[in-house]
Each structure stands twice: as C-alpha cells, then as structure tokens.
Design a binder for this molecule. Structure first.
Ligand code: PLP
Length: 495
C-alpha cells in the first residue's frame, strides 16, 4: 500500500513520499508525517544478519513507497559507501557497561552525515519522478554540523544549489573552518550576526514567503530544505536504531524481545524522534532518554508538559544542542494529540505568538516512553574525563551530555536495561573542549595542536575530514545581519 504524507497543521491533500521530500515543509507551515508508522516486515533475527545497506533498504522501503526498488537501492549505495571510514557504517562500541552507537564515521565526522549523505540522492530522484525542471535551492540554517554535512552532501550535485546560514559566533572553530573551506561551484556559506534560532526563523520565513517563491519560479528556481524537518532526513535516521538493536541481538547481548534504552543528545528533536519511530516500527525499546545541555527546554517540557522558549539562550560547549525551538517536536505533538491537526496548529501558533504552549494531561500521559534529563557544562566535562580515565575512550561534548544524563538516570532509578547512547560527533570535531575536559594543561592551545594531542591521548587516527581542513583555503567570507538573510539570498541567486 502506498504511504502518504500529511501535514501536522491542516487537512490538506496528502502527498507522496517523493513530493514530501521535495517540499520539505508543507504549504501551511506544518511538517509532513507518514499516515501511520509502518511495522517492520522482516523478522529481527533476519535483519540481524544484514549489512547496513541491506537493512537501510528494508526500513526505508516501508516509508518511501513511491520509489522503485532500483531507485532506492541506488540512493542507498551512493550514500553509504567509502565516504564512511568503516564498513559497519555505525559501529556499536561497548565501554563502561553501555553501548556507544558511533554515528560519526561519515564525511564530516558528525551524525548529520547519516542522513545528509543520502538526502541529495533522494531529492534528485524525487525531482525526476515529479518531472521537476527547476533548479533546487537548498536553504539551510545550521548550529554547526548540519551545515557542513549538507554542503558535503550537495556539493556539485547536478540540478541543485545550496546556501547555508550559520551563527557567526555560535559554532566551534573547527566547525566554521569546515564550512568556509567548502568547495563546489553550487555552494554558498553565510555567517549571520544572530544565533541559531534567528537563522532557523529566517530560513523558515523565506520558505513561507509566497511572493519570493513566485519570483524564484520565474527564474527557474525552487526551494527545498535539508534541515531535519525534511522527512528525507528523518527516515534514514530510523535505520541505525534498528541496526543497533539487531547488532545487539546478533552478538547475543540481548535476548529476542528484551528492551533496550536509547539515550540521545538532543537539539532539534530529529534524532530521538527517529528512535521513537523505530520503537513504533516494532523494535523493543524501553525508555527514550532525551538529554539536553543547559538549554533544557525539552527537559522542562517532559517534566511539566509546558514547552516554553522564553528564557536566556546559553552558548555551551555542545553547540549543536544550543536550541530553544526543537522543530521536530511538532511531529511528536501531532502524534500524541491523536493526529489532531487543529490542536497541533493551535499549539504551534501559541509557540510563534507567545513562545510557549502546553499539552493536555492526556497528551502528557502518551509521552511516557520519554524521560528528560539535562547536564550542565561542568558535569559534561567531568563525564569526558571520567570515561577516559576509566576506559581510555574519548567522547565528544554532545555524547558526554547524553552519557552524563544516562549515569544520573541509572543511579536514580532501578532501570538496568541494556542501554545504547547515540554518539553524535567525533571528539576531533570539538577537540578544544574535549581536551580541556581531560586536562587543564590543554587550555589555550592551538586547535590543530590539540588535534595532534587528542590523537596521541586516545590512540586513534586523525580523521581525514580534519586533516583536509588544516591547509584548505577559505572560500567563503560572507557575513550578514539577521534581517538581511533574504536580500542575501536574492543577491546570490540574482533575483
Ligand atoms: C545535530 C546534533 C545533535 C542534535 O540532534 P537533533 O536531531 O537536532 O536533536 C546532537 N549532537 C550533534 C553532534 C549534532 O550535530
């Protein structure tokens, strides 16, 4: 049966998977959701014997039903190839009694590669299927990692252009350097003077601007989104949760049907929502532990049922989680509201107008799969040091938020279920903060010197993604005010 996609904010006609991928966001400003989360068809024992690519097909074909087998397999094999530095694609590493699911073995050493290596192929295939001749303009707001992963994914992909906005003072030095050295004639990188939420709001406003869309169409362009609101990002992320469970099964680390917890360092709520989808597909999951840094708007939401972004925005050493509007939460809200678009729209309108909304008690009772937790800066640094001293394993600052939250959860509950921590970035990407956490003597050292130190401390090889940017020339130096985002896009496209 064909899987169709509905908006979370109106009863507009459902669209096919390829149309949802192309549009990114629904016309009414809502997010596309599948008209029911499909159940896995293949038994877990069988999935346990499959490679990452084979499993990716088994999961994605249930969502992307208007793609032919050949089209989808083609997208998968172009995405999960030797851009990843391991055949396993997402290795599961056991340390200190928990499993770290390493999602950072792709081109830009952060978990965004898991989805952004396949999105350009899903998108160009979708364009062909829908007879689109316009050039597709990818507009992205990034808190650091999405930007580079999207640039790497789309660079020189025919029929596409990509423009990335990032908060000029809100990303790590390595993250910025990764972006501004990006090659590809179809790429543009722009720093803005605001924070990530400003960048995201600016991008959303352009997507919702009908006048702009008309001017674009006149010039042979149309927007699409590579942000985690695109269903073409979300679905590929479901795969690695299925993969993690079946690897545990394959190793005999869990018995069939035994529940595992997933702990996810969360920002925009895309990664953990994918884990929730995996659970709904039939993976035995106990708790989904949503880990926040000091921007703990989600922790408060799971505690109180009130989402309130009216608070100070804090810059932390886990910048990819410095977010006060978690866009993907809208999909969960829609689901726990019993797929009631009117209720969802009302809450999202409240969020836009007042910066907050509350869910009903009934909705709150449907969020029991989730547990919120948060870890402050000091805790997060301590956790990096603790695990390093105990096991020699060095994790990044985002993973350590999750790891710290998990250990606190473990101590305050009786829950001894096997647990998988989503490990979302390589420590090399955040070497400055990671090394400072391990030893104060590293504070103030040069970024690249720290990378060498990290390599000898952890006994791991420096990833080629990092080696490359040491000497690469800066190719992008555009900076604009938040208010100038649209005029900057107009200039770039010659509108
Ligand atoms: C994007 C990102 C996150 C947050 O993921 P969401 O899907 O936005 O919740 C966490 N860690 C790292 C390293 C990231 O890049």
């Amino acid at each position: 049966m064909e899987m169709m996609y509905r908006s979370t904010r109106s009863d507009q006609e459902p669209v096919t998977a390829s149309q949802a991928i192309l549009k990114g966001l629904a016309d009414d400003g809502g997010l596309f959701v599948p008209s029911g989360i499909p159940k896995l068809e293949m038994p877990l024992e069988k999935l346990a014997q499959m490679s990452y690519r084979e499993m990716a097909y088994e999961v994605m074909r249930l969502f992307f039903t208007d793609f032919t087998e050949e089209e989808l397999k083609n997208c998968i094999s172009r995405a999960y190839d030797d851009k990843f530095d391991t055949e396993e694609i997402a290795p599961l590493v056991e340390k200190d009694g928990v499993y770290y699911l390493e999602l950072f073995h792709g081109a830009t050493i952060a978990f965004k590669d898991m989805a952004l290596s396949i999105l350009p192929h899903l998108l160009t295939t979708s364009a062909k299927k829908n007879h689109i001749t316009n050039e597709i303009v990818i507009l992205t707001a990034t808190s650091g990692d999405t930007g580079k992963a999207a640039l790497a994914g789309f660079a020189d992909v025919e029929g596409t252009r990509i423009i990335v906005f990032y908060p000029k003072n809100g990303v790590s030095a390595i993250q910025e350097r990764q972006m501004v050295t990006q090659k590809g004639a179809n790429t543009k990188v722009v720093g803005i003077t605001g924070n990530f939420d400003d960048a995201q709001s600016g991008v959303k406003a352009m997507f919702n601007n009908k006048e702009l869309a008309e001017v674009m169409a006149g010039k042979g362009y149309q927007f699409s989104s590579a942000n985690s609101i695109n269903i073409g990002r979300l679905v590929p992320q479901v795969v690695y949760y299925v993969y993690a469970y079946t690897r545990l099964l394959g190793r005999g680390a869990v018995q069939m049907g035994e529940r595992v917890n997933f702990v996810v360092p969360t920002g925009n709520f895309g990664n953990i929502l994918a884990a929730y989808y995996a659970k709904n597909m039939g993976i035995p999951v106990g708790k989904l532990i949503c880990a926040s840094n000091e921007n703990k708007v989600l922790y408060d939401f799971f505690e109180t049922g009130v989402y309130d972004r009216n608070r100070e925005f804090i810059l932390t050493t886990s910048p990819s989680m410095d977010i006060l509007i978690s866009s993907n939460l809208e999909r969960l809200v829609y689901q726990i509201a019993g797929e009631d678009w009117k209720a969802t729209k009302k809450m999202m309108d409240d969020l836009a107008a007042k910066g907050k909304y509350a869910v009903t008690d009934e909705m709150k009772s449907r969020m029991k799969d989730f547990v919120g937790g948060w870890a402050g800066e000091e805790k997060c640094a301590e956790e990096i040091r603790r695990v390093y001293e105990k096991t020699g394993y060095v994790m990044d600052t985002h993973t350590s938020v999750a790891s710290a939250v998990y250990h606190e959860y473990r101590e305050s509950t009786e829950d001894d279920a096997k647990t998988v921590i989503a490990s979302t970035a390589s420590p090399y990407k955040f070497a400055t903060s990671v090394m400072a956490a391990i030893d104060q003597e590293f504070v103030g050292m040069d970024d690249f010197a720290l990378i060498d130190e990290l390599s000898s401390t952890s006994g791991t090889k420096i990833p080629s993604a990092v080696e490359e940017i040491r000497t690469a020339p800066v190719l992008h130096d555009l900076v604009c005010e938040t208010e100038e985002m649209q005029s900057t896009v107009e200039k770039i496209l010659g509108l």
